[in-house]
Write a protein that binds this ligand. Structure first.
Ligand code: XUL
Ligand code: CO
Length: 438
């Protein structure tokens, strides 16, 4: 088969001094960091939708990028050409995983039976391609947002018929995920929310979402899916308000409906910032609850109020991300580049530059996070900051042995506490800068 990206070589690692635009400067798959190779710290994945489907449209303009890959768009030949392009792309970059929605893989037909037949055909083709490579599926999902039937939501729709179509899509997407050996299955509640409370029964809708998730778990386990289900929180867009607002909200929902054993979270950087948090905040909240499963690796633009899905370049942010991931003991999922090139970056070279940027940014984040951990000053400072809970009354608070009466008597006796000690934020920030730039 002829090469699709014929003028692009396999991307080598050349180190930070390289000026070759088609080389990694920091992503060195075999380099050992904190005792294991970078490739194991960073299971990196291609997002089928952005990389192989999105052509630079925005609400004011048509396509700028040609992603026909030599075939007529809207045909099964084109669907197969995307598979060919995707596998060549992943192999040239050393990406070991891909993530997909059902409708990324084939053109959706009017009748779901025909869509499903097409999905069977394309997944056979993908499976054939996977042979002889070490490329695997990271996670699959169903697109429950694009079709007009989902205008009021999918599992949260007011229409039971629409709920059934969502269920049918989830069932098929689970079949595909299992067929392709996926490590996870994602629910992003893109239209599971509301435009106005005037027409919305929030409790009813949330119960229905949980019901669909329970059915997905039951079905997934019955067909041999042993991986994690994930909720991908996002506060808004496309809906005015989305129920999976942020990590804390999604965790509360999963616990309320008894889904927390089968589900973890897929945290996306740009969704966390849309919720008014840092990326690190949502990672931390997921991690301390044992629910940090996977990451949609991208970056938002804090000046804009929507999901810009940029490739990450902010090394401060990727460093804080990798600190959280390392401290959580890694991911059950991986790093899915849910990111797209900007509209004016429309050439095939730009697709490669984008992944080189993203992979290098997370590799650099990994190296810098390891440096912060090895340096130890920040961890020591945090441990020391809570030292008053190691002995005496503090230890009794931690062990749950004390009472309000005892503590009130203690306070009476003390009369006035010492100030709690400086937070030393500026000192800690300067340590981070020294480690980032030395
Ligand atoms: C949308 C988004 C989705 C999910 C998968 O903001 O992030 O692409 O990652 O449905
Ligand atoms: Co995403």
């Amino acid at each position: 088969m002829s090469e699709i990206f014929a003028n692009i070589p396999t991307i080598p690692y050349e180190g930070p001094k390289s000026t070759n635009p088609l080389a990694f400067k920091f992503y060195d798959a075999d380099r050992i960091v904190l005792g294991k190779p970078m490739r194991e710290h960073l299971p990196v994945a291609m997002a089928w939708w952005h990389n192989l489907c999105a052509c630079g449209t925005d609400i004011f303009g048509r396509e700028t990028a040609d992603k026909s890959f030599g075939a007529e768009k809207g045909t099964m030949e084109h669907a197969k050409a995307k598979v060919d392009a995707g596998f060549e792309f992943m192999q040239k970059l050393g990406l070991r995983y891909f993530c997909f929605h059902d409708v990324d893989l084939v053109p959706e037909a009017d009748d779901i039976k025909e869509t499903n037949r097409r999905l069977d055909e394309i997944s056979d083709y993908i499976l054939e391609k996977m042979k002889g490579t070490d490329i695997r599926c990271l996670w699959g999902t169903a697109n429950l947002t694009g079709n007009p039937r989902y205008m009021n939501g999918a599992a949260s729709s007011n229409s039971a018929d629409v709920f059934c179509f969502a269920a049918a899509q989830v069932k098929k997407a689970l079949d595909l995920t299992v067929k392709l050996g996926g490590r996870g299955y994602v629910f992003w509640g893109g239209r599971e929310g509301y435009e106005t409370l005037l027409n919305t029964d929030v409790k009813f809708e949330q119960e229905n979402i949980a019901a669909l998730m329970h059915m997905a778990v039951d079905y997934g386990r019955s067909i041999g899916f042993t991986g994690d289900f994930y909720i991908e929180p996002k506060p808004k867009e496309p809906m005015k308000h989305q129920y999976d607002f942020d990590a804390a909200t999604a965790i509360g929902f999963l616990r309320q409906y008894g889904l927390d054993k089968d589900f973890k979270l897929n945290i996306e950087a740009n969704h966390a910032t849309l919720a008014g948090h840092t990326f690190q905040h949502d990672l931390r909240i997921a991690a301390i609850n044992g629910m940090l499963g996977s990451i949609d690796a991208n970056q938002g633009d804090l000046f804009l109020g929507w999901d810009t899905d940029e490739f990450s370049y902010d090394v401060y942010e990727t460093t804080m991300c990798m600190l959280e991931v390392i401290k959580a003991g890694g991911l059950t999922g991986g790093f899915n580049f849910d990111a797209k090139t900007r509209r004016p970056s429309y050439t095939p070279e730009d697709m490669f530059h984008a992944y080189i940027l993203g992979m290098d940014a997370f590799a650099l984040g990994l190296l810098k996070a390891a440096a912060i951990i090895e340096d130890g000053r920040i961890d020591r400072f945090v441990a020391e900051r809570y030292a008053s809970y190691k002995t005496g009354v503090g230890a009794r608070i931690r062990s749950g042995e004390t009472t309000l009466e005892e503590l009130a008597a203690y306070a009476d006796k003390l009369g006035k506490p010492d100030l709690p000690g400086s937070g030393r934020q500026e000192y800690l920030e300067s340590i981070v800068n020294c480690l980032l730039f030395s």
